[in-house]
Design a protein around this ligand. Sequence first.
Ligand code: ITT
Length: 193
Amino acid sequence: MKIVFATNNAHKLNEVAQVVGEKFELVTLRECGITEDIPENEPTLEGNALAKARYVYSRTGLNCFADDTGLEVDALGGEPGVRSARYATDGHDDEANKRLLLERMQGVENRAAQFRTAVALIMDGEEYLFEGIVRGDIATEEHGEGGFGYDPLFFPEGGAKTFAEMSAEAKNQISHRGRAVRKLAEFLQNISQ
Ligand code: ITT
């Protein structure tokens, strides 16, 4: 089954391709001729994921899904949340975002946080949502070179390694995106049988 994954983030594409394996052929935005940035102005992760999927569906008519992810920090009242990409600046400045997070968390004892992913699927015009969450803790400094975004600052599930210190497979096993995309893959498999 061919399905469009509406993302411009190559790291996400690799992670998701690994989870869905051979079962689905992922079509990229570029392959559908969509090169412009898709607006993400909704107040929730679910709203943004749906907005991205609707944009692609209306342009291509192809079955598609999109994800929106946020890092939700307990001591910051769930921030940066839906604003995770634009936390420090208007753009996707990962370095500035991590610096600002460390600054806001300086001296804060409660370091509990979660990554949350909302996946929106549009299949034959019907809309579906899937969610994946991983709880963890915010580090006091960066650890590791792998992953992307906030990964060097997040210790998942009480572990001693950040996502940036784990292999892609190990991250996918327990990550927000791995969990949400496995639900999506199961759903797609059930309806295609
Ligand atoms: P899209 O094209 O799919 O929209 P994006 O990079 O804009 O790609 P998001 O809006 O979902 O993706 O990302 C929000 C922010 O959260 C952004 O700063 C990412 O770097 C960060 N992020 C997303 N997934 C992450 C993950 O698995 N680990 C660490 N940071 C992540």
